[in-house]
Design a protein around this ligand. Structure first.
Ligand code: MG
Length: 259
């Protein structure tokens, strides 16, 4: 069963999300040609600690493989998610996806964005913009009485006509006292299918979209996920709460009007 958060827990989720949004904004500003993803990782680590938070990515273990070694996932170009920061400088024209989370007062938040390094091909900017748009369309469905399939359907029906690929091997998730809670939130789906949403549910919604096929493989480092066909990938994610007023985005500095 998906956990329902009481108002006290929601207030802590909100604080956790707000802190992560602040760190995310700092990182976005720090992306430029010449910076390394390890440098970005150090900034994230420092800014999370400054806010009394703790990284939930660093040391994360999934299925007995190597624990994740960093605070951020930094995934470049054809990499989709879970890239490990390194000392290679970013180049003008690259796109980089940064995914990260924190725990504050026992509550997790999780967010991701993709941004161009310097000036990028307008076709790539479109991939980023449409992926972000699909996230907001998905979020708009996160209302009491709707189901997780409505979220996936909103994302899928925006993306597919554009000819992009949807990565379906990785999905969004419930979030709260754990980073990954029930239910799964796939980026494809059918209306009125899946888990019923009620007030107090918190979800991380996170479409991963490519310029080609959505098929992926995991590299030998056990973590980095890249597209099989070498197509480029974008990833946007917010942690949201299902409230009486509709979906509330927790990982933003100012909640934009959704829906
Ligand atoms: Mg996530």
């Amino acid at each position: 069963m998906a956990k329902v958060k009481d108002p006290w827990e929601l207030a802590l989720m909100k604080q956790s999300g707000r802190k992560l949004a602040e760190v995310s904004a700092i990182l976005r500003e720090a992306v430029r040609p010449g910076v390394t993803t390890l440098e970005l990782d150090e900034i994230a680590a420092r800014e999370i600690v400054k806010r009394q938070g703790k990284s939930n990515f660093k040391g994360y273990k999934a299925g007995g493989i190597t624990p994740f070694p960093a605070t951020i996932c930094a995934s470049l170009n054809q990499e989709v998610v879970h890239g490990i920061p390194n000392d290679r400088p970013l180049k003008e024209g690259d796109i980089i996806s940064i995914d990260m989370g924190l725990i504050y007062a026992g509550y997790h938040s999780d967010t991701a964005f993709t941004v161009g390094v310097g000036r990028i091909d307008p076709a790539l900017q479109r991939l980023l913009d449409e992926t972000e748009q699909s996230l907001y369309l998905g979020i708009a469905q996160a209302k009491a009485g709707q189901r997780t399939g409505d979220i996936g359907h909103a994302i899928q029906s925006h993306i597919e006509p554009l000819g992009y690929g949807i990565v379906d091997a990785f999905v969004g998730h419930g979030i709260g006292r754990q980073m990954h809670e029930h239910p799964s939130v796939p980026n494809v789906g059918r209306p009125n299918q899946g888990t019923l949403l009620v007030e107090g549910h918190c979800l991380a919604i996170e479409p991963m979209i490519t310029t080609g096929s959505g098929d992926t493989r995991i590299l030998d480092d056990d973590w980095t996920v890249e597209t099989v066909d070498g197509s480029l990938a974008a990833h946007f994610e917010h942690t949201i709460a299902v409230t009486p007023r509709g979906p509330e985005i927790l990982t933003v500095l100012d909640d934009p009007k959704v829906g």
